[in-house]
Write a protein that binds this ligand. Structure first.
Ligand code: TXA
Ligand code: MG
Length: 342
């Protein structure tokens, strides 16, 4: 189906699956989610098993209307009302204190809950029809690039999910921005679809946590801050340069060295940069022309180059303005925290 032509019969089947404790993968405007009834602890546990996700990583609860918020959240501060008016439905997740109705498994035992109202018509129709809050992490195997198409969901979760609603590619392609409202000061835990600049219009002294946790550190602030995340199977080499041309020259040299060492090389670059590498025996994935397109295509690009069997993927960062902050964050995690300065 498409967002403009929703298949009511399919939504019905998926909603009944959620009500009976099953798992449903569905498109949102950010990425595909792997949903379960958020109030059904057994169903929520199936999400962790299906993804191979550690129980210490909490899950976002999705609503179809702000009126559902009191079911899951306590002590909603006034700033939340303003943010909800401006950014819901949309790619902004807010962290509140959790009601006793929400099983502890959803929040990895913490007394908080992360909540968002997706803007995608298929997600909204599903949650409305299921008539319950829907817990849904991104619909990928743990630590893999997020799923932005139904085919990505199948690739990672075939046999682990009861229903997949195929609504075409996700729209933004990067996950939601997560804002914790349970502290004295609002803190961004993950940059995402809502740019930080847009949030600062309402919260001038917004704090942003930029720390990346190593696998042996325990993440008390946000368990999802683990540095290894969104990773392709190939090694990802991520370049950040003082100038664009220095960055591309360095990537070119490294590609040549890798080819000489018999490595299969993949390049993940914007359209305009690909022709400079046309004479090299490399696999390429064109990310598009602007930040929106690059964000939309990033996870698909990582998965596509993986499926071509490359050993190493070469790519670079983007300035951290607008969607660029989220893009940079995902690239750093996909590269397991290693930024190569040039
Ligand atoms: O755009 C999105 O947010 C997508 C779509 C499906 O809605 N979902 C998503 O879920 O990205 P997931 O599980 O891949 O990432 C959610 C992150 C987790 O890494 C977790 O650390 C954080 O949200 N999170 C969830 N509940 C939290 C809580 N109570 N406190 C702090 N962080 C939380
Ligand atoms: Mg995820």
């Amino acid at each position: 189906m498409t967002p403009a032509a929703i298949d009511a019969e399919a939504i019905n089947i998926a909603a009944r699956t959620l009500q009976s404790g099953g798992l449903v993968a569905f498109p949102t405007e950010t990425v595909y989610g792997l949903g379960a009834n958020a109030l059904d602890e057994e169903a929520v546990k199936r999400i962790f098993a299906a993804k191979g996700r550690p129980a210490s990583d909490p899950i976002i609860v999705h609503l179809h209307h702000p009126l559902q918020l009191p079911i899951v959240a306590l002590d909603v501060p006034p700033v939340a009302t303003t943010l909800i008016q401006h950014f819901w439905p949309g790619p902004l997740t807010l962290v509140f204190r959790r009601t006793p109705q929400v099983p502890a498994a959803v929040s990895a035992g913490m007394d908080t809950v992360a909540v968002r109202m997706p803007a995608h018509p298929i997600a909204q129709a599903l949650i409305k029809s299921a008539d319950c809050p829907v817990a849904a992490p991104s619909a990928n195997r743990f630590a893999r690039p997020s799923a932005t198409t139904a085919a990505h969901v199948l690739e990672d979760l075939a046999g682990q999910v009861d229903v997949i609603l195929d609504g075409g590619p996700a729209i933004i392609g990067l996950e939601s921005t997560i804002l914790d409202l349970t502290r004295p000061q609002p803190v961004v835990l993950r940059p995402g679809g809502v740019p930080l600049e847009d949030l600062r219009a309402f919260i001038p002294d917004l704090e942003v946590i930029t720390k990346y946790l190593q696998p042996d550190e325990t993440g008390i602030l946000a368990p999802g801050m683990l540095v290894k995340h969104y990773s392709p199977r190939a090694q990802l080499l991520l370049y950040e340069g003082s100038s664009h041309q220095i960055m591309l020259t360095t990537i070119h040299q490294r590609a040549q060295d890798l080819i000489a060492a018999n490595k299969r090389v993949g390049l993940l670059l914007p359209d305009s940069e690909i022709p400079q590498f046309a004479h090299l025996p490399v696999a390429t994935f064109s990310l598009g022309a602007d930040l929106e397109a690059i964000s939309h295509n990033l996870f698909h690009g990582l998965r596509t180059l993986d499926s071509l069997g490359v050993d190493v993927i070469l790519t670079h960062t983007y300035p951290a303005h607008g969607l660029g902050a989220a893009l940079r964050d995902r690239l750093i995690r996909a590269a397991e925290g290693h930024l190569i300065s040039c």
